[in-house]
Ligand binder design. Structure first.
Ligand SMILES: [Zn+2]
Length: 249
């Protein structure tokens, strides 16, 4: 699968020429082909059947930064509950209702959400500027993991990112880095709090793993390159394993 999709990694998104596949909007995915080819990737239409392409205020621009968040909400594991949670986050982000803490945005704020099963859900189209870091959304891809990983936030149960979530996060970062030439170091793969020190997001538990995650993502990139013979591949598979994480299940 990696070999098969690697040739498609050269797809570049620009603000003037958003990546679009042919067809009606709801069936389209706006992620790079290499992301859409991941077996656990789900396009927007799969969880939001009512979604229609809307006019976004501003384009993302050339992706240059990947910001990791937690949803700071529940971490469902059952498929039906996960869909309900995705739709609930969408409602909160787009509602003007202050009673439900509505944000009043034009669409869901993140570009991707990863659930406890490690499934990657496409959210706001990648060509559109997100709403996930205050005043720093230009060129910034937002990925959020379902759950509350902040021990100090007591309004929700404390979760840990699942091994499947972390694996999908590093894979997604790897593919985005390759597709858009984003260096996979900690200056370009950041936690929300790195950009806004008023925030605890993505929670201490996930934040503590960002070094390992960005490293794993970049090792995966090296491993992918090695398979097409451009880099040495010594023991790279061994290095690809993420640090062990205790499963909450
Ligand atoms: Zn955040």
């Amino acid at each position: 699968m990696l070999l098969k999709t690697f040739g498609l990694l050269a797809l570049i998104l620009t603000s003037t020429a958003p990546l679009r596949a042919a067809g009606k909007a709801p069936a389209v995915t706006y992620a790079p082909e290499s992301v859409a080819a991941l077996p656990n990737f789900h396009k927007r239409a799969e969880w939001d059947t009512a979604w229609k392409e809307i006019v976004y205020d501003e384009p993302l621009g050339n992706p240059a930064l990947i910001t990791v968040h937690h949803t700071e909400e529940v971490q469902p594991t059952e498929p039906a509950a996960i869909l309900t949670e995705l739709r609930r986050i969408l409602r909160i982000h787009t509602s003007n209702d202050k009673k439900m803490d509505g944000k009043g945005w034009s669409d869901i704020g993140y570009h991707f959400i990863i659930d406890a099963r490690g499934r990657i859900w496409e959210a706001r189209p990648l060509y559109a500027k997100g709403a996930h870091v205050e005043a720093q959304n230009d060129n910034n891809i937002g990925i959020s993991l379902m759950g509350n990983f902040d021990p100090l936030f007591k309004e929700r149960p404390l979760n840990k990112p699942t091994p499947a979530q972390l694996e999908s996060l590093s894979l997604l970062i790897n593919r985005l880095g390759e597709a858009y030439n984003i260096p996979l170091d900690r200056r370009h793969v950041v936690g929300h709090r790195d950009l806004d020190n008023r925030k605890a997001c993505p929670g201490q538990i996930l934040y503590d793993q960002l070094d390992a995650i960005s490293q794993a993502a970049s090792l995966k990139a090296a491993a992918m390159a090695s398979r097409i013979g451009t880099r040495p591949s010594e023991n790279i598979q061994e290095q690809l394993r993420l640090i062990p994480v205790e499963s909450p299940f």
